[in-house]
Design a protein around this ligand. Sequence first.
Ligand SMILES: NC(=O)c1ccc[n+]([C@@H]2O[C@H](COP(=O)([O-])OP(=O)(O)OC[C@H]3O[C@@H](n4cnc5c(N)ncnc54)[C@H](OP(=O)(O)O)[C@@H]3O)[C@@H](O)[C@H]2O)c1
Length: 212
Amino acid sequence: MKIALIGAGNVGTVLGKGLSNLDHEIIFGLRNVNDAKYDGLKDFASLKSVAEATKEAELIFLATPWSQTKNAIDAMQGNYKGKILIDCTNPLKDDLSGLTHGFDTSGGEEVAKWASGARVVKAFNTTGTSNMAAPEFDSRKSLMLIASNDEEARLFVKNLADELGFDSYEFGDLSSSRYMEPFAYVWISLAFKQGLGVDFAFTINKKELAHQ
Ligand SMILES: NC(=O)c1ccc[n+]([C@@H]2O[C@H](COP(=O)([O-])OP(=O)(O)OC[C@H]3O[C@@H](n4cnc5c(N)ncnc54)[C@H](OP(=O)(O)O)[C@@H]3O)[C@@H](O)[C@H]2O)c1
């Protein structure tokens, strides 16, 4: 499958590599294709403008800083229409002291307004990139929650997350982003404020599994 990743930072790079390992064709959509810092990505991906990458792609990942997310969507020039757009972002305040949205809307719902006509799925926002690179801990797998108003798209992304090595759960419609984004903040706070570091993941423990 041709997959565009918009944002080639921590998240975009790790997910791009993982998806490339699953034999998908990776296209990074960049603001500046000639920036030398992206040269290493050419080993497993092609580099294009945001408009070109999203035009060619069948599936789009959005992994930009929140403050740039609307600009990145605008730069797609509508090429998301009818396509699954996976929103990996978190609406973090610039000083990382909290979230800019919650209660009556969420980043995921704002993305769906800005990318009207896309099949928006909220996913890959609730854990760190070390877990995206290696989701498995001994016999346990990192939790991944998937929310969307589009049931088919939600199931598609759940299966993709499972293929990447996560223990994935469908988590309701896109308004569930109102819970997933604060949940991401719990991970961020434990990692960076409480000193746990980035090498931990949330998992689901089910009693019946514990007895197997
Ligand atoms: N880091 C994590 O562990 C983690 C985990 C889950 C979710 N998230 C969320 O995922 C998002 C990305 O995080 P990150 O850590 O990967 O950020 P990052 O390392 O700062 O990378 C952001 C990328 O977005 C690109 N970008 C910025 N503005 C853009 C625009 N207008 N158009 C196209 N590309 C643009 C940047 O490229 P240039 O500046 O070079 O143009 C850069 O490649 C954030 O919303 C974050 O909250 C992060």
